[in-house]
Ligand binder design. Sequence first.
Ligand code: BLA
Length: 327
Amino acid sequence: MEFRIGASYPSTFSLQSSLLPPLKSVTTFTPDWKRRRSTCIQTFSVSYHNFVEFALDETRCHTHLTPSPLQEKFSFMNSKDGKGMLSMLSFEAAKIRLLRSLIIETETMQVFDFAVFPEAEYDVPIFCANFFTSAKTNIVVLDLNPLHDVINQHEYKDKYFKSLIPLGLKYTQLFPWGGKLTSESIKFFSPIVIWTKFTSDPQKYDILYSAFKDYYKVWLEMICKSVKETDESQIVLNLEAQHRYLTWRVEKDPGQGVLKKLIGDTLAKDLLRSFLFNGVDQLGSKTFYDYFPQYCTEEGTLHKKGNIVGKSFENRPWDVTGEFIGG
Ligand code: BLA
């Protein structure tokens, strides 16, 4: 494998030397990531490294992947207590602005955050796999996050999701709806979103792996088939949609608290803005409050007008035909 995690980059430890201050907190591990991994995840029956390796191999069957400049800075990091590790990978390709992956492994949890962002000339959805695994529970979002409205409009939904409804049904029947979630999130989800929670179970991980592979394969087909947009106003809309998405996730990602505990506020913020949601500072200049004015009251920064933002959607708000039934 050409770009195995932590194996072929001379800069693998550059972040440690440049950003992680306390040397004593990183001496627990030898440079062999596989050995470190076996001590970290011995209690888990899933390894998300297989997921990312599948995705990279599959992508390489279609296109040439070039390491992203981000790889220099973001490749490997230890947690503050020296007991956890974060492995990062990032690439670019034709039609793909950024493919990036974060795997966190500690004694008590594993996290997989994998996303692929198309160039603005393509209105293809953002591929999104977001899995949190602890001894007690698994929190899963797997989706092709739409760039444009799939709730009130049919055009974009028909273009990308109509043919995928049967695939979505196959997996959403196996993975029941995960219950209430931050209500704005639903606008970033597609009719085939897998949003679920389950307790640890090797069989479930097999199904999740299979869902991941199927979803990724259809996403790759989409990006391969997509035709470059030449209408500047449409490109601007795609760009704004991506920026809005990044702005949402950088601000509201429920993993922020965990990340801050693991690596501290400053590194967590840098990881979020510069790596995970890279582009938030470059693709647009609107702020979180421009996109989500309903949050102004929550933060108390503006007048007390607007919605109370909370959790909604107890049940799956899409019917079996992919029609939105969430009100
Ligand atoms: C919980 N993660 C969640 C939830 C969602 C997502 C919907 C349920 C709770 C909620 O909605 O507030 C994921 N939400 C998404 C995604 C989108 C979205 C993918 O809007 C895309 C548009 N998650 C991570 C990382 C960690 C992590 C890096 O991405 C940890 C380091 C953890 N996610 C995590 C945890 C919870 C969670 C701990 C539970 C938090 C809670 O219940 O409050």
